[in-house]
Design a protein around this ligand. Sequence first.
Ligand SMILES: [Ca+2]
Ligand SMILES: [Ca+2]
Length: 79
Amino acid sequence: MLLRADSNGDGILSWQELKEGFKSLGAKVPRFRASMAFNIADENGDGCIDEKELEKVVKYASGLGYTISSASGNKVPVL
Ligand SMILES: [Ca+2]
Ligand SMILES: [Ca+2]
């Protein structure tokens, strides 16, 4: 899975990567958005967003009105 926000390419999003992801979406307060997304999405509380948890992040971001496009027409979200 390819995520632009996954800058080190390990397939999960750290807090820092999520923050940068929201920044790239044009969020005015990416730090706040990332915190909210983490509260909602990080179900197992390990401090990272894995592929399953990412769906919740995408829903959250969509709810805020951010358009998240798919890289190749499949279901893989790109932050
Ligand atoms: Ca990563
Ligand atoms: Ca997690």
